[in-house]
Design a protein around this ligand. Structure first.
Ligand code: ARG
Length: 258
């Protein structure tokens, strides 16, 4: 419905990146220089500022996506290598072959499907609204005319830009920066996925999440359009891990039942 603007920006980025030429071979050689030559490496791109899906713990990227990807790689005989990048670089990196797949709590959308293909879904996400505890925003109906903080190029960004207008949306490279701006009173709310929202609210005084949900979405792994082979391989492994309960165990470990 509404994502034409984002699409064209993504396409322009893709073209300019392609012009610069992502060098897959160089990347692989560089990063596997101290491993045996017959090792198959699977490069996953993510944005490790999105707890509990991907974040840093003791200088290491951990989280639901990191662990599920590790299991998938293991099943398929790959060594997983995780590359941290801006969220809005992931699709271009996949398209140019800089990375093999993008896994970042990424929502499947019609627009993204113009540029990449997705695995089956492995989790559900909800777009939530974070406000100050004493905010006059009581529900989604009160967002008109408010300053809304988002992480750049996320579905929170795309939907709120469509629904409330570009001039009301403040974009930040990390969700945590948007939440810090809210805590500092620079914006009126933040629209972001529910689980990171919980973790950011827990880390800041005086914030709460509205009860009403803004959108419900499916998370999946993205691949270059012509890489159906890897996508199918990953789907096979992913579905086995869903069926034997491994994916749910990983989710439960990071999102304990309330
Ligand atoms: N689910 C949202 C989207 O796909 C946000 C994902 C942000 N992920 C991240 N690792 N920062 O747009």
């Amino acid at each position: 419905m509404k994502k034409i603007l984002t699409l064209s920006i993504a396409s322009i980025l893709a073209l300019s990146m392609a012009a610069c030429g992502g060098n897959t071979d160089e990347q692989i050689n560089e990063d596997t220089s101290n491993t045996t030559t017959d090792e198959k490496v699977l490069i996953m791109g993510t944005n490790a500022a999105f707890p509990p899906y991907e974040y840093y713990e003791n200088n290491e990227i951990v989280g639901i996506d990191a662990e599920v990807a590790e299991k998938i790689a293991k099943k398929l005989g790959y060594t997983l290598q995780i590359e941290d990048m801006e969220f809005d670089s992931i699709i271009t990196a996949v398209q140019t072959g800089k990375i093999d797949m993008g896994m970042a709590g990424m929502t499947v959308t019609e627009d993204r499907l113009e540029n990449v293909i997705f695995s089956d879904s492995y989790a559900t996400g909800i777009q939530s609204v974070i406000v100050k505890e004493d905010s006059d925003i009581k529900s989604i109906d009160d967002l008109e005319g408010k300053k809304i903080g988002v992480q750049t190029s996320t579905t929170g960004d795309i939907y709120s830009t469509d629904d409330y207008g570009d001039e009301y949306v403040e974009r930040y490279s990390k969700g945590a920066d948007a939440v810090a701006a809210l805590a500092a009173g620079k914006i009126d709310c933040v629209i972001i996925d529910n689980e990171p929202a919980k973790s950011f609210v827990a880390a800041n005084e005086g914030l709460k999440i509205l009860d009403t949900e803004y959108a419900v979405e499916d998370y999946a792994i993205c691949f270059a359009k012509d890489n159906t082979e890897l996508r199918d391989e990953v789907n096979q492994a992913l579905n086995e891990l869903i069926e034997d309960g491994t994916v749910q165990d990983i989710i439960d470990k990071y999102i304990p039942a309330e």
